[in-house]
Design a protein around this ligand. Structure first.
Ligand code: FMN
Length: 228
């Protein structure tokens, strides 16, 4: 991307956010994960730039930081900004932006300072410790909250026993109630919000059933066949 391309895309993010505010949305969610544009700047494997948009882990946040700042400028101080990020990339499920909490601080710190209010830690399983060698059970969202002091949303595997990509190896996804371990983490203050994907797509009454404690619909991989 040229300097002009970069300026254009940052302006486009800001324009979209201003439009969203104008039509009455309550917050702005930025996708900074999964190998998409902002993540391509964050990740060392895709960001080989030697100018001010590349460099070490902190310098690679520069593009995301400028997007957040541009959005913050047009929406004002009151509207929340949420930022989705992930270790994994669509090109590489084993990719890692950060292998230690200190490295994660280098990624999220500048984004927090730029104006992010909520970090959405996208993982395959909410119940997995992100940095097990530290001895902590915190997941990615939990670390984001602890390291930045911002709010956090956990995403991944709520209501199912296996991640989507595991099912490609032939494993069957099964609907489960894993709300107890989820709530245990929530009640410890590990994160503030929970994102639910497939369970909600599959069972439109999922949220109501979760609230009432009634059984969820069984899950079939047939619903994913269109993608394979
Ligand atoms: C069929 C399907 C399509 C998805 N499409 C996208 C996508 O286009 N972009 C994206 O960032 N994430 C996509 N995701 C990931 C979801 O946003 C979410 O992070 C993931 O499903 C984990 O949440 P869950 O375990 O509650 O489903 C997709 C997931 C599934 C199962």
């Amino acid at each position: 991307m040229t300097e002009e391309d970069i300026a254009d895309t940052i302006a486009a993010y800001a324009r979209s956010a201003a439009n969203a505010k104008a039509v009455g949305f309550d917050g702005i969610a930025i996708h900074g994960g999964h190998g998409y544009l902002i993540d391509s700047f964050l990740w060392a494997e895709t960001n080989k730039r030697t100018d001010r948009w590349g460099g070490d882990r902190r310098q690679r946040t520069h593009y995301g930081v400028e997007v957040v700042k541009a959005i913050r400028t047009v929406i004002g101080d009151k509207m929340p900004i949420s930022f989705r990020f992930s270790q994994w990339k669509q090109q590489d499920f084993k990719a890692q932006l950060a292998t230690t909490p200190d490295e994660l601080t280098e990624v999220l710190g500048p984004l927090a300072d730029a104006g992010v209010d909520i970090f959405e830690g996208s993982t395959r399983y909410f119940g997995r410790a992100e940095f097990p060698t530290t001895g902590s059970l915190l997941n990615l969202a939990g670390w984001a909250k602890k390291l930045t002091g911002k709010r956090a949303m956990t995403v991944g595997g709520v209501g199912i026993d296996k991640g989507y990509y595991d099912t490609m190896a032939g494993a069957q996804t099964v609907a489960v109630s894993n709300l107890d371990p989820l709530m245990e983490r929530f009640n410890h203050g590990e994160f503030d919000l929970v994102g639910v994907g497939r369970s909600l797509l599959h069972d439109p009454a999922w949220a109501k059933k979760a609230r009432e404690g009634t059984a969820f619909l069984g899950f079939s991989n047939d619903s994913l066949k269109i993608l394979t």
